[in-house]
Each structure stands twice: as C-alpha cells, then as structure tokens.
Design a protein around this ligand. Structure first.
Ligand SMILES: Nc1ncnc2c1ncn2[C@@H]1O[C@H](COP(=O)(O)OP(=O)(O)O)[C@@H](O)[C@H]1O
Ligand SMILES: [Mg+2]
Length: 448
C-alpha cells in the first residue's frame, strides 16, 4: 500500500504538472496567434484610413481642376492652384504612409497601378490648368474629359484596395473570435478533465487510507482484547497456583522439622518454593497493572521516592553501597502503589546487578521536565550490551551474564506496563561494565 500511495502521489503530481503545462502552452499559443491577428487588424485599419485620405485628396483635386476652368479671375485661379498643390502634398504623405502597409495578398499590384495612374495624370492635368489660364476653356474642358477614364481607374483601384483591407480585417476578426471561443473551450476542458482526474485520484487515496485505518483499528481492537484475555488468564492461573503452593510450603516446613540435621533436600525445596512465590507475585502484579490504573490516579513523586528509599536503605547498606535520592516534589499521574512498585523494581535491579568489584552507587532523581515529569534511576553496575538493552522490557527476558542472580525477568515488564498505562514512557541507557540509567517519564497530574 505504501508503494501504491507513493506511485499515486507521483501520478497526481504528474497530472497537476501536465495540467499546468497544458494551460501554459495553450495560453502562450493563443496569445501569439491573437497578437498576429491584432497586427493584421491594426494594419488593415491604418491602411483603410490612408486609402480614404488618398481617395478624398484625388477626388477633391479633380473637382478643383474642374472649377479652375470655370473661374474667370487670375487670383481665383492662383488660389485654386495653391489648393491643388496642397492636396497633392497631402496625397504624397498618405501614399508614403500607406506603401509599407500594402502587404496583403493582391494589394501591392493594385496600389502600384493606382500610383502609376496618378503619375500619368500629372502631365494632362498640368495641360488642363495651362489651357484654363489662357482662357481656352473649351479646349481645357475637352482635355479634362479625356482624363475621365484615368480618374475612373483610380477610384476603381481605391475601391479595390478598400475591399481587400476590409476583407482581411473581417477575416482576422472572425479568426480572433473563433480562437477566443476555442481557447475558452480548451481551457475549460483541460480544467474540468484535470480537476476530475485529481478528484478521482484523491478519492481513491482517501478510500485506501480509510480502509487501512479501519484495518489497523480492527487489529488493534483484536490485540487489545486478546491482551486483556491473556492478562486475566495469567492472573487467574497465578492466583490458583498460590493455594497449592501454600500447602506445599507448610509441608516443606513440616518435613524440615522432622528431617535429620544436615539434610539438604528441604533447604532446596524451600528455595524453590520462594522462587515460585516471587514468580507468582510478579505475574499477579503484571496482570493487575491495567485494572489498578485509573485516569485520575495521582501521587506525590517525592513522597513515593522517600518510601522507596526507606525500603531500600537496608539492602544498600548491607553491600556497603550508597543511595542518593533527589526527587523534586510534584504530583504525577500514577497511583501511589504502582509508582512505588515501578521505582522499587528499578532500584532493586540497580542493587542486584551491581559489580562486585566496586561499591554500589544508586541514584534516584526526579525533575519536572516540561510538560511531564522525569525520574532517572542510575547505577554504576554491570550494565548491558546494546542488544540486551533493546530487549530488557520483554517479559521473561534476562541478560545472559546476569542469569546467576535469581530473578523472573518480569520486573521491567511491570515497570513498562505501569508507565504506559499512565500515559508515560520508559527508556534505558546502559554501557556494559559501566552502569545503567533508566529514564521514566510520567505526565504531570492536572495537566492533560
Ligand atoms: N540496573 C541493571 N543493570 C544491569 N542489568 C540490568 C539492570 N536492570 C535490569 N537488567 C537486566 O534486565 C533483565 C530483566 O530485568 P527485570 O525485568 O527486572 O527481571 P529480573 O530482575 O527479575 O531478572 C535482568 O535480568 C538483567 O539482565
Ligand atoms: Mg528485576
């Protein structure tokens, strides 16, 4: 499943990435095409303005030439000629502006033909004006009449230019509209598809995760109920063994009294019975931890530590050791009885697994360690290997090199259970042949 989720996450990223890329490409492409269309439309509009100006200049010029013939005074004629010159200058300016724009298919030849016609008209027009100034009105009119075909050709060509530009502009505008529609559709499509895919993938991941959570919950429940059953069973067995063991104890005492002096068997029997009693007591303690734990249980760290100190003082003294207790007062979450048992088990181990060659040093320390409380039980004893340290909290585990010392291997399991049942945790730091420190963390009472 982990791998599945990883692959899925990759696919999701890929989809999002592709989706993003497709959008960018679409937008960039659209922008480019639109830019091109804008240029075309811009060109067409500018061309149309220029052509309109050219057409108007030429048409006006024709009218003025006509008027020239009918004017009688020299002054009026001069005025008209100046006007004609002005129109001609304006025509040239418009033509210069328009020439570089005449790039649409079929446009340039028409434009060149128009310009050529304008040039061809110049000499006859000058002729007309000359005749008109000489008052040869009839001849001038005739000459002007001959120019009609040329003027018609010019206006036809300018109409043709307008038609070409208007067509191109219309086509470009149509393309722009179509593209806008297509772009919107494409973007919409990509967005909808990408979103749908993403949603499907997310839904799938969530379903997988939920199924997995259900599975974990199921197994956790099962495990917990099995554990409870096992505890109850171990507790009952331990309890049931106690009765016969008491009887065996009495009988052993009786046998010892009757035995001849120096007889060792009853001594061996007594020791075996004692070991059995410890084992049963430990098993009962272990099976009762959860039942004894309530969430509201609390005790004073310093008070409990001092009772442990009292209990332990004698055995430390017996081996010429030294016990130091430095525990800050605080209310921790754990019943008094269980906390005493946990600290006692740790301290007892510290004395039990001492090194014979050095006087035992045991320290029990306790400090508030926001947001919890931390006990440290340390010794300068036999220590343990890293491998053993990892397994010490397993029930019945005993390190190879300590097997000669009697024990059940249940003490630390009880400690761990006490701590964990109260929402705390336990750790060990140890160095073989140097010493060991157990770190026991419990929540402060009153805190959550
Ligand atoms: N303070 C310690 N120093 C060295 N070894 C220890 C210490 N405490 C525990 N151990 C090791 O962990 C084992 C398990 O300890 P515990 O659960 O208390 O059981 P027991 O003391 O009955 O053997 C011990 O047998 C010993 O090998
Ligand atoms: Mg022990």
């Amino acid at each position: 499943l982990e791998a599945g989720v990883r692959v899925l996450r990759f696919i999701l990223l890929l989809i999002v990435g592709l989706f993003f890329l497709a959008n960018v490409v679409a937008v960039v492409e659209m922008a480019e095409v639109q830019q091109h269309n804008y240029r075309i439309v811009g060109n067409a509009l500018a061309s149309l303005a220029d052509i309109a100006r050219i057409t108007q200049d030429l048409a006006e010029e024709r009218i003025l030439v006509d008027e020239h013939i009918f004017e009688k005074t020299a002054d009026d004629r001069t005025r008209l000629e100046r006007e004609i010159d002005r129109l001609d200058a304006d025509y040239r300016r418009a033509a210069r502006a328009y020439t570089p724009l005449a790039t649409f298919p079929g446009e340039r030849p028409v434009w060149e033909r128009l310009q050529a016609q304008v040039e061809a008209n110049r000499a006859p027009v000058a002729d007309v004006l000359r005749l008109s100034r000489l008052n040869e009105d009839v001849q001038a009119s005739e000459r002007l009449q001959e120019l009609r075909a040329g003027y018609d050709a010019i206006s036809k060509d300018s109409e043709e230019l307008i038609r070409i530009n208007r067509n191109v502009a219309n086509q470009a505008a149509a393309r722009m509209n179509a593209l806008q529609r297509q772009g919107l559709l494409a973007l919409g499509g990509i967005t909808v598809a990408g979103t749908a895919l993403t949603l499907v993938a997310v839904a799938w991941v969530m379903r997988m995760a939920a199924r997995r959570r259900d599975e974990i919950d199921h197994w956790a429940d099962l495990l917990e109920s099995r554990n409870r059953e096992l505890d109850a069973f171990a507790g009952r067995v331990a309890h049931d063994l106690r009765g016969p063991l008491t009887t065996i104890g009495f009988s052993a005492d009786e046998l010892a009294r009757r035995a001849p002096p120096g007889e060792r068997t009853s001594e061996v029997l007594r020791r075996a019975i004692a070991r059995m009693e410890t084992l049963i007591a430990d098993l009962l303690a272990l099976s009762r931890v959860d039942a004894q734990t309530t969430t509201r249980a609390a005790s004073d760290a310093a008070a409990v530590a001092s009772t442990v100190e009292e209990d332990l003082a004698a055995s430390v003294k017996k081996v010429d050791g030294h016990l130091r207790v430095d525990v800050e007062p605080a209310t921790v979450r754990c019943s008094e009885g269980l906390l005493r048992q946990a600290l006692w088990n740790l301290a007892e181990n510290a004395v039990k697994y001492r090194r014979p060659e050095v006087p035992v040093e045991v320290a029990i320390e306790g400090r508030e360690h926001d947001p919890s409380y931390e006990f440290r039980v340390s010794d300068n004893g036999a220590g343990m290997s890293r491998e053993d340290a990892r397994r010490v909290f397993e029930p019945f585990f005993r390190a190879e090199h300590t097997r000669a010392t009697p024990g059940t291997g249940l003490g630390l399991s009880i400690v761990r259970r006490v701590v964990e049942a109260n929402g705390g945790k336990i750790a060990v730091e140890s160095q073989l042949g140097q010493g060991t420190t157990f770190i026991l963390t419990l929540p402060l009472s009153g805190g959550s």
